[in-house]
Design a binder for this molecule. Structure first.
Ligand code: PLP
Length: 391
């Protein structure tokens, strides 16, 4: 007889976790499952980062920290952003949170309410639409198309802005497509936003260190003209293989820092102190483990893109960033969900249906290549067998 608040039924989820659970259940039955479903590096966190957390615990980092994060950590983030993007960021604009996700929720809570419109990538990370719906704001999907390398079209996004638009969410390199938005498109979007000073931007740059084929990341921090309405989300989860540590941050406009800090105080008080020391070690220590992980991802990327393109009925765009390939499977005659189910149940390969990332994901399947090249080759072999048997 419990009566839940209406917002609970509007909250979505991340289907990758459902696939993970099913893959785990099949594996428990003794099936040999290759997991290309989950979006996390298959590497361990580099040892010197783990050691820093252990040392912090021994040294007595057992209490609360400031809600917005340790000052040393926020300074390390600002220095890292300067090194990577050449931008000066005041550490007071950096707010440390438990992972990438809280920043999305906080931004949605800050701007979303009935009547407000929020533009977000589709196909895109499913949590964007979920948290927008939670606030009762209207989700306005920006359609990301294969023919544009899954980058947004600035012209189309600008045309979607109305007087009710409060926030635009963008994500490059992107989940689930691996797409990277070219600088020219970002330039155009930023220029067009001059006419809409009421619109804030959340740029999810969690994959900012994972670009391949000589591509360079363009951070929205490089556009000072929007600094008063720009939120840049980034973190440690993907870059340092730290998904389970729960550590992330965002750079906020100065005027919004007190608001987001109050959300932190109400929500989680602060991030686990030892984890924050690990975060400092990650940013300030040697980066060779990160380089090695990225080199491995690049090699796997080539294997999977080439392998997918060689499958009957499958066409895969060059995956430019993150660790996802997002092939078009329409010509197999399977819908995205049918392919997800058949590949997992019949071939023992976990992938995620494109429709889990929004309606524009129909006809596509997300493959995470955060797995060994041997496993990727074996997964492709099994899928080939399945597709050929169906022809
Ligand atoms: N943003 C994007 C685009 C992601 O793909 C993910 C994780 O899959 C996140 C944010 C969330 O990262 P975290 O695990 O740090 O919350």
């Amino acid at each position: 007889d419990l009566k839940l608040a209406a917002g609970m039924s509007r909250l979505g989820t991340e289907s990758a976790f459902v696939v993970l659970a099913r893959a785990g259940a099949l594996a428990a039955e003794g099936r040999d499952i290759i997991n290309l479903g989950i979006g996390q590096p298959d590497f361990r966190t580099p040892d010197h980062i783990v050691e820093a957390a252990v040392k912090a615990l021994h040294d007595g980092a057992h209490g609360y920290t400031p809600a917005n994060g340790l000052p040393q950590l926020r300074a390390a983030v600002a220095a890292d952003l300067h090194r990577r993007h050449g931008t000066e960021v005041n550490p007071d604009r950096v707010v440390v949170v438990p992972g990438g996700k809280p920043t999305m929720f906080f931004a949605a809570l800050m701007f979303g309410e009935p009547g407000a419109e929020i533009i977000y990538p589709n196909p895109g990370f499913p949590i964007y639409e979920s948290v927008i719906n939670y606030t009762s704001a209207t989700p306005v999907p920006m359609a990301l198309k294969e023919e544009n390398g899954f980058a947004f079209s600035a012209e189309e996004v600008l045309a979607q802005i109305t007087p009710a638009t409060r926030l635009i969410i963008i994500n490059s390199p992107a989940n689930p497509t691996g797409g990277v938005t070219p600088k020219a498109e970002i330039d155009k979007l930023v220029a067009g936003l001059a006419a809409h000073p009421q619109v804030a931007i959340l740029s999810d740059e969690i994959y900012s260190t994972m670009l391949y084929g000589g591509r360079e990341h363009v951070s929205l921090l490089q556009y000072p003209e929007i600094r008063d309405r720009l939120i840049v989300l980034d973190g440690w989860s993907k870059r340092y293989a730290m998904t389970g540590w729960r550590l992330g941050y965002a750079v906020w406009p100065e005027a919004l820092v007190p608001h987001v800090t109050r959300l932190c105080v109400n929500d989680h008080s602060c991030v686990n102190a030892a984890t924050q020391f690990a975060g400092i070690a990650a940013l300030e220590g040697p980066q060779d483990a990160v380089d090695a992980m990225n080199a491995a991802f690049d090699e796997r990327r080539k294997v999977i893109v080439e392998g997918l393109n060689a499958l009957p009925g499958v066409r895969c765009a060059d995956a430019a960033g993150a660790f996802y390939a997002f092939p078009n499977i329409e010509a197999t005659g399977l819908t995205a969900m049918e392919a997800q189910t058949a590949f997992l149940e019949e071939a023992g390969v976990a992938t995620v249906a494109g429709t889990s990332f929004g309606r524009y994901g129909e006809g596509y399947l997300r493959f995470s290549y955060a797995n060994s090249t041997d496993n990727i080759r074996e997964a492709l072999r099994r899928i080939r067998g399945l597709l050929e048997a169906r022809q």
